[in-house]
Design a protein. Structure first.
Ligand code: ADP
Ligand code: MG
Length: 394
């Protein structure tokens, strides 16, 4: 069985109850917002190469409830027990324009980064509670959902100009400067701009998004969490970024988005084998993503599935960011009749796979994965959902 996850209203109720417990009954919660996690269907490690990605927003969200307080004091509590201790932070907003420094607990750095990069300073003091149904560190972008939810919360306290792309960029900056993760724009972008019933083909160079309908009742998207996370991901991600920049510079391009396979083959002699393979993954994956979006539009699911598997194999063999657990899950999924395609999703070295399948095959696919996987998987059936939004408090 796929795991149920709490609905948005029940997350809000949980967050409100915690707010009352921590800050006292007399404090009225004035505002509630949410922002979704995401799953990337195809286009992996292409965003920071200015390429295309095809993610969708998830029904799993991070909720923030809270209110403005007098003075400059900020108090934020997370209900998520998996975050590092302490689960409450208190700090003052700098009055002299000094930056908010990152520190411990590390989860609060996402909040501090968003406050730092908020586009309509100065902000008032605030009290807030965070509550999430996005698993932490599972490759479904709990980090971007926290950043975007918190930004959306700040918009309720002190509106900015409402520009959505600039909002996503500010949240990406927060992750760079305060969490120390040099991430691309995909996660924040889809968490802000996700559309119900659609995947988003995002051009990470022009920052234009094209919604691609994904609401065929005959089709399901299954996310399988391997429930492993290898520590390699923290060091390998920045290394991959550097390798891509190096390849682009040898090719004389601003980014690998501007390169094709002919350019790459011509420059092969001047690239070491590893750098060549990294670049080849990126160049081919950008092309695959555009093809996949076209296939999805036409309802050509078999072709879409084939591209997913090619993407996985390339991430495993050329980009070397998969791991045995993800490979096992993808191979097992592809053994089930009714499965179109499957691949690792997110940065790699653990986290989740995403599988596209015929709706009728869902139960047997889950059973087969449970039987074949050496670890303990968690399953989510995901429907493409809405991006960040303010919620009604009744
Ligand atoms: P992913 O984005 O794939 O879930 P990351 O490692 O990028 O994984 O981000 C996970 C981190 O984001 C957590 O370790 C925590 O610091 C922070 N985080 C995300 N959601 C929450 C939350 N609800 N409460 C506190 N911290 C959170
Ligand atoms: Mg993240």
């Amino acid at each position: 069985m796929a795991s149920p996850f709490p609905s948005v209203p029940s997350l809000v109720a949980e967050a409100r109850a915690l707010y009352v417990q921590v800050f006292g009954e007399e404090e009225a919660v004035l505002t509630a917002v949410c922002a979704p996690g995401r799953v990337n269907l195809i286009g992996e490690h292409t965003d920071y190469n200015q390429g295309f990605v095809l993610p969708m927003a998830l029904p799993m969200v991070t909720v923030v409830v809270g209110s403005q307080s007098c003075g400059q004091e900020v108090s934020v509590v997370t209900a998520t027990k998996d975050a590092d201790q302490p689960l409450q932070v208190d700090f003052s907003l700098p009055t002299d324009g000094a930056p908010l420094s990152p520190g411990l607990p590390s989860w609060a750095n996402y909040v501090k980064g968003v406050i730092q990069h908020y586009r309509a300073p100065p902000l008032p003091g605030l009290k807030a509670v965070v509550c999430s149904s996005v698993p932490l560190g599972g490759g479904l972008s709990s980090s971007a959902s926290l950043e975007v939810a918190f930004y959306t919360f700040l918009q309720q306290l002190k509106p900015d100009d409402g520009d959505k792309v600039s909002k996503a960029l500010a949240c990406q900056q927060a992750e760079h400067t305060h969490a120390g993760v040099p991430c691309g724009i995909m996660d924040q972008f889809v968490s802000v701009l996700g559309r119900e019933g659609h995947a988003l083909l995002i051009d990470c160079r022009s920052l234009e998004a094209t919604p691609v309908p994904l609401a065929d009742p005959e089709l399901l998207i299954l996310i399988t969490n391997s429930n492993v996370k290898h520590s390699l991901s923290a060091s390998e991600y920045p290394l991959r970024r550097r390798q891509c920049e190096e390849a682009a510079s040898v090719l004389g391009k601003d980014s690998l988005r501007d390169a094709n396979m002919k350019d790459l083959e011509e420059a092969k002699e001047r690239l070491d084998d590893v750098t060549y393979r990294r670049a080849r993954h990126v160049v081919e994956e950008i092309e695959r993503t555009v093809q996949a979006a076209g296939a999805l539009k036409r309802g050509a699911y078999t072709q879409f599935g084939r591209l997913m598997v090619q993407s996985h194999n390339s991430l495993r063999d050329l980009y070397e960011v998969s791991c045995s657990e993800l490979d096992e899950l993808v191979s097992a999924a592809m053994e089930v009749e009714g499965v179109y395609g499957s691949r690792m999703t997110g940065g790699g070295f653990g986290g989740c796979t995403v599988t596209l399948l015929q709706s009728h095959a869902i139960d047997k696919t889950i059973l087969h994965l449970q039987k074949r996987y050496s670890g303990t998987p968690t399953f989510y059936v995901a429907t493409p959902s809405e991006g960040a939004r303010a919620l009604n408090l009744s």
